[in-house]
Write a protein that binds this ligand. Structure first.
Ligand code: NAD
Length: 539
């Protein structure tokens, strides 16, 4: 039996109820050790409550499945109501001490956390590839983009600064303080198992909040590993808690009066449900949802750079990115581009994400594959021309995997179901526009507004696009960019609900509330009492 023994505990770190579990959980992906520790196979994912990884008493469990093989990697509990209450309770109890912990101490924990994430980058990536399916290199990118947010949180003392105006009136000063909210919660999607939890809890806890995280039920392993690292970095017990499940646990999060704010990333169905249910309870909600990102390709676009971008952003991560470029609108039509697009897409290697040289791994589930294939078929039936069909791809050695090869549909029109719905698979739709105005009109008419790009060598066209396009993230000669954490991850129209985005300045504002203090230090003796409201010229 192989157990990792080199784990370093933060000062004051209490052993979890089953210390071996915390080690085992690091290996949910591949490790026989985890099951040996439990005497169960596959290993069971635990809740994290009050600094302890505790096995759920739930009777209901769901399988976490490797999408390349259908192997059950682990079993995930539907956390019970009592366990959920305990997680929120412990987060609430930890809050008063944590909010009064010096901000420099909170930052130092983030400094340590970023070091530990770097140390365990390969293990995290392996877990992501095993549970989510993306390639190992892409899984490292998943961790890295989250790591950047941890690095950003290391500067929280500056980010969380308030404002001060001296002598707003004689002897009176006013200042504002950004204070934490209390218990915050995060609800995650499957497609970025490390990056999205890292968008959430590092910013929240460094602001002084405590946190309840609900990872995606499809790939919880990275969240568990990150939580383990956060505790190793010195995060006190109760500051970060993890519960598991699907709709019921999410509804509990929305309804619980002790939870003050919810960060959500996922589909529109879930996101709007959470937004309205939690807002009705007076909570703050930031909800990042679905996407249908367009690239406008002008006739003067640089051919090689544009093709590379379309292929990378259309098919990377098997199209399961909210920043995937799923639709290309060619001004003048797609015909001149089609042969080269097919050639580049055909050259991509479809295989298990763990195999060297793989470009596209599997999609997350059999249901996801079925849905993607159905949408492709509906496109064909509605008059689209399929110029590359990846539905029948077979990967030797991984015949059970949920693979879909790169697929390209041309002659797409705005009324087609495959255009209106987010496909979330390796499918690129090609559309035609007569001119730039027409292309912008097509993009703006789509209900989603996550991101849009233009490929052109004309500054005039690029500037017009930037001004008129209705999308949160805009790329000019780059596919949809994920902004670095000193900006915020934006999104508009039905891609976002709420008014404060993830990370950056807005992220700090989301996780804090403003208190305004007015203080007077002057000798007021002999001034008497005035019952009138003060006026500016008399104070
Ligand atoms: P999903 O909505 O199915 O699941 C997200 C979370 O919501 C999960 O934790 C799940 O348990 C929960 N959930 C799902 N349905 C629910 C319901 N009816 N009631 C309550 N909770 C529910 O999303 P997914 O399939 O995991 O992720 C893919 C989606 O996420 C895509 O639409 C993608 O565009 C979107 N996404 C958006 C961004 C962004 O920043 N805009 C980033 C990543 C992913």
């Amino acid at each position: 039996m192989m157990l990792r023994t080199s784990i370093r505990r933060a000062p004051g770190f209490r052993a979890c109820r089953c210390p071996a579990f915390a080690l085992g959980v690091l290996r949910l992906s591949t490790d026989a050790a985890a099951s040996a520790v439990h005497g169960t196979h596959p290993p069971r994912v635990r809740n994290l409550i009050g600094g302890e990884f505790v096995e759920s008493q739930s009777k209901d469990w769901i399988d976490v499945v490797n999408p390349a093989t259908q192997e059950v990697v682990s079993r995930l509990p539907l956390t019970t109501n009592e366990e959920f209450k305990a997680a929120v309770g412990t987060a609430k109890s930890a809050f008063p001490h944590w909010r009064n912990t010096p901000i420099t101490t909170r930052q130092r924990i983030m400094f340590k956390l970023q070091e530990l994430i770097r140390r365990d980058m390969d293990k995290l990536a392996l877990n992501i590839t095993t549970e989510q399916g993306k390639t190992l290199k892409d899984a490292q990118g998943d961790v890295f983009r989250g790591l950047e947010v941890v690095e950003h949180a290391c500067g929280m003392a500056t980010l969380q600064m308030g404002e001060y105006v001296s002598n707003v009136s004689n002897g009176i000063d006013t200042y504002s303080i950004r204070e934490p909210l209390g218990v915050c919660a995060g609800i995650c999607p499957f497609n970025f198992p490390a990056m999205i939890p890292l968008w959430m809890f590092p910013m929240a806890v460094t602001c002084g909040n405590t946190f309840v995280l609900k990872p995606s039920e499809k790939d919880p392993g990275a969240s568990m590993m990150l939580a383990e690292l956060a505790m190793e970095a010195g995060l006190p017990h109760g500051v970060l808690n993890i519960v598991h499940g699907t709709n019921d646990i999410v509804n509990n999060i929305c309804d619980d009066d002790d939870i003050k704010a919810i960060s959500f990333v996922g589909s529109n169905t879930a996101g709007m449900h959470i937004y309205s249910r939690a807002a009705a309870k007076g909570k703050r909600v930031q909800s990042n949802m679905g996407a249908k990102n367009h690239a406008i390709v002008m006739p003067d676009a640089s051919p090689d750079a544009t093709l590379n971008s379309l292929v990378a952003a259309g098919f990377g991560a098997a199209g399961q990115r909210c920043m995937a470029l799923s639709t290309a609108v060619f001004v003048g039509g797609s015909k001149p581009w089609e042969d080269e697009l097919i050639r580049c897409a055909k050259a991509l290697k479809v295989n298990a994400g763990s195999e060297p040289g793989t470009d596209l791994g599997p999609v997350i589930s059999r249901q996801a594959k079925e849905r993607i294939c159905k949408l492709i078929q509906s496109g064909i039936e509605n008059g689209a021309r399929i110029i590359l069909d990846g539905r029948d791809v077979v990967v030797p050695g991984y015949e059970d995997g949920n693979f879909v090869g790169p697929t390209i549909l041309a002659d797409i029109t705005s009324d087609m179901e495959c255009y209106k719905e987010e496909i979330f698979g390796p499918v690129l739709l090609l559309m035609k526009a007569n001119n730039l105005d027409d292309a912008i009109h097509i993009v703006n008419n789509n209900r989603y507004g996550n991101g849009a790009s233009i490929f052109t060598t004309s500054g005039v066209a690029a500037r017009k696009f930037q001004t008129e396009i209705e999308a949160g993230q805009v790329g000019i000669n780059v596919p949809i960019p994920v902004p670095l954490p000193f900006f915020s991850f934006t999104g508009s129209k039905t891609s976002f609900a709420g008014d404060l985005n993830f990370y950056g300045k807005a992220g700090v504002q989301f996780y804090t509330q403003i208190k305004t203090v007015t203080q007077q230090w002057k000798d007021t003796s002999g001034q008497g009492i005035s019952l009138a409201m003060p006026t500016s010229h008399k104070s």
